[in-house]
Design a protein around this ligand. Structure first.
Ligand SMILES: [Zn+2]
Length: 110
């Protein structure tokens, strides 16, 4: 029996103990390849989730730009303001870039 240090809290523990007595961190439960694969999968899912959220933000920016543009065109005879066109362009571009990134990440996993 040897004394090792917990990788999580650095508490001293027996190398035979299945879990750290101080923090409950479980050693050697998941084999190394499984762990990395799971971490990789989790990271990819988190990234996809973040990109999905960002694409909704981009879509919202686009919609605000579109509404602004339409309101300007309908109510003001001087035409749409440059800012509404700017929002439209940024929203649309952002949305498409994020969508392409998501497709790319999804394809990587296969
Ligand atoms: Zn610990």
């Amino acid at each position: 029996m040897a004394i090792v240090r917990c990788v999580n809290c650095n508490h001293r523990m027996s190398d035979k103990a299945p879990a750290c007595p101080s923090c409950g961190y479980q050693r050697g439960v998941a084999s190394q390849p499984e762990l990395t694969e799971e971490t990789h999968y989790k990271k990819r899912r988190e990234r996809l989730y973040r990109l999905t959220m960002l694409s909704y933000v981009a879509l919202t920016v686009f919609l605000i730009g579109a509404i602004w543009y339409l309101m300007d065109s309908a109510w003001l005879s001087r035409g749409a303001s440059a800012w509404s066109k700017y929002l439209l362009a940024v929203g649309m571009l952002g949305y498409f870039v994020l969508r392409v990134m998501m497709i790319y990440i999804r394809r990587q996993s296969r």
